[in-house]
Design a binder for this molecule. Sequence first.
Ligand SMILES: [Fe+2]
Ligand SMILES: [Fe+2]
Length: 354
Amino acid sequence: MDERASITEIGKEFYQIRSLEKDFHRNIYLKRFIGPDGSIVPMIMDPGTRLDLKFLLPFLQDKIGGMENLKIIFLSHQDPDLTANLSLLMSNAPQSQLVTSIDTWRLVKMYGVPEKRVKTIESFNSNEILVKNTQHRLRFVPARYCHFRGSMMVYDYESRILFSGDLFGGVNTNLEGGIYATEDSWEGISLFHQLYMPSTVALKHTMERISILNPFPEIIAPQHGDIVAGENVYKFLGRLSSLTVGAELVSQADLQKEQALLAINNFFSYLQKNCDQVLKIFHEEFRKGKKIFTPLILINGRAMDLKVSPTVTFQQIIHILNTSPDARPYPNLRSIFLDIIKEAGLEFHWVEDE
Ligand SMILES: [Fe+2]
Ligand SMILES: [Fe+2]
């Protein structure tokens, strides 16, 4: 098996290391600030987990002569999928400093990081700083409650890349593959945000903070999922600004959810009568605890509750119909499902890709 992660320079001296998982992966980023005298200040962002070391360490060896030369370790927040290597890196890179929010620091200090090696973002005079020795400009952008109070993003003006942490992250639904987001990626992004982001208000507020960055970012680089570039930056920013997530999703009218559950269960009954083998795919996909991301709760073969919005759930069901080899011989199932949704009195528009 090929054990190499995908490594790409996505902007000037800004590298992405993408782990190998097919359903939900991590992205680690390294930026090399290079001064006029050739001196290099390397900054690693969200340095991943022990699972990533087998490709992270050789990569650091190649790009900066080893992890011991790291200077800045930036953490977007405190979750283990990005902090598990913190102590290892800090103890091997004695010159390195941790840069993170005070809320994140309050928790990651439990890893035993000495206080003198930490610079909290709140301790800077401004959210914009100049990197010592190289004078590159960096801006820290708070992402309050997205998904943690102290979540932070960091904007590298040189490459015009915004590292966004979990924001803009997604489950892998990009059918074309590759590292850049396409229209297909939106499905995984909306699913991930509805499961992880606690508040629609907070999400919208953070999107506004991004939209006023000047110059506007050319690339948004999340900790999971695909790199968002070009016109997708505007497009997905706009969609996330109006996506209902978290607490508001829970309080959304139950009626709509009931209608969606009715439509899904009617569709499952149709499958049971007409193509039982396709129903088995759904039972397998939505079986409790099987997948990290399941949009609905299935009990004894019946959809009992939705974990995300009806729209995102319907998208997931159609995605399975489109991609599962056992469902492909029945291309008319998709239009049958769309008819059932309509009959249940719900608005849902599925736009077929060209
Ligand atoms: Fe997280
Ligand atoms: Fe994460």
